[in-house]
Write a protein that binds this ligand. Structure first.
Ligand SMILES: C[S@@+](CC[C@H](N)C(=O)[O-])C[C@H]1O[C@@H](n2cnc3c(N)ncnc32)[C@H](O)[C@@H]1O
Length: 351
């Protein structure tokens, strides 16, 4: 059987072995439970977080994506009102980005009902502070199993944009779930509208984990362990589970997304791939246009640490910065903006 046939066979739902319902819902419960119990962090705690710059950098990437695709919609029709689906929205980390993009209506959906409630509270708070804000709907649902259209106030709604940030990979537990997630994304998207998202890069994860006999990659802030035996079973297209722990933010099972399969499934749901990049290339490509946003969001750390401050990681994590300063010809340049090695290892693992 050639590769193409293999793919066709796997795409055929009848051929796929059913996941026992108990096992399948167990993963969803673990994920929902984990996110439901994540503490809301105050400003001081966030500022002292060991992943402060990684978080800020991820926010820069999401801000750029939201701005770029909102602009693309408006390029076509300036007066068009912007309707958005933020799927796997979490606690609403992108609320203020949608406000900046002048969205008119945003539907927020997530499996973790506590997160959805917190998202609603943050929205209400913003509404009180600003007076004028987009209208919003909040839906607690498993977006890889439920049909979201049945839950909208207006089931005939048509979105200009659908955004799924760091959430799509959870649905790659099975073909059925990935397909339902992609149908939720595409079903109400206007022709010519855009879907954009961010996911962990399966190739990066596998290549890093494969360097250790335990199939484990770890550094100061994260550890990732492949939970399947690739020597024995190869790489399953769905259900390729790994455990992911990221300091204070993530601690649950996730699934590798084989990007070619994702592209094929997405096309089947009417979504055509127009752009793909790893975070490192995305940064290079958008740096010039969005460089003013970097210091505002505080994406990088000063090396060496300014007087009275400490570096987020230990000195060994800044060898690259040290080398740069030693080699720079302009000797007045005594500091450098950078990210600790551990944080960059995680950031560069997403696309
Ligand atoms: C890493 S968080 C990202 C949250 C948010 N998009 C952000 O960027 O801040 C992943 C989110 O995906 C949600 N999620 C995971 N599986 C889901 C599913 N099957 N349906 C809906 N949401 C899901 C989790 O509850 C969590 O809030």
């Amino acid at each position: 059987m050639n590769e193409d046939n293999k793919l066709k066979r796997t795409l055929n739902e009848e051929d796929e072995p059913e996941i026992p319902a108990k096992k399948a819902s167990n993963h969803a419960n673990i994920v929902a439970n984990h996110y439901n119990h994540l503490e809301q962090k105050g400003l001081r705690e966030r500022f002292n977080s060991p992943i402060l710059y990684l978080r800020n950098f991820n926010n820069w990437v999401k801000s750029v994506l939201i701005q770029e695709y909102s602009d693309k919609v408006r390029e076509k029709n300036y007066l068009r009102s912007l309707r958005v689906l933020d799927i796997c929205c979490g606690k609403g980390g992108d609320l203020s980005k949608w406000q900046k993009a002048r969205a008119d209506h945003v539907v927020f959906a997530d499996i973790a009902e506590v997160s959805v409630q917190q998202c609603r509270e943050r929205y209400d708070d913003m509404y009180r502070r600003f007076g004028r804000l987009f209208t919003a709907e909040f839906i607690a649902a498993d977006c890889s199993r439920d049909t979201l259209r049945d839950k909208y106030k207006d089931p005939s709604i048509k979105y200009d944009l659908v955004s799924c940030q760091f959430g799509l990979h959870y649905s790659f537990e099975s073909l059925k779930q990935a397909r339902r997630m992609l149908l939720n994304i595409s079903e109400c998207l206007k022709p010519g509208g855009y879907f954009f998202g961010t996911i962990p890069d399966a190739y990066e994860i596998v290549s890093r984990c494969k360097k250790s006999p335990e199939n484990l990659f770890e550094n100061r802030i994260c550890n990732i362990k492949l939970m399947f035996d690739s020597e024995k079973d190869g790489f399953p297209l769905f259900g390729a589970k790994y455990d992911f722990h990221l300091e204070g933010v993530v601690d649950c099972p996730e699934f590798l997304v084989y990007f070619d399969m994702f592209t094929k499934l997405a096309l089947e749901c009417g979504l055509e791939l127009v752009y793909k990049a790893g975070f490192s290339d995305f940064y290079k490509e958008h740096l010039e246009k969005y460089k003013d946003l970097l210091p505002k969001i505080k994406c990088f750390e000063n090396y060496p640490a300014p007087p009275g401050r400490e570096l987020i990681g230990d000195e060994l994590e800044y060898e690259h910065a040290k080398k740069y300063i030693e080699n720079v010809s302009d000797k007045s340049k005594k500091d450098y903006l950078t990210m600790s090695k551990s944080e960059w290892e995680v950031a560069s693992e997403s696309s």
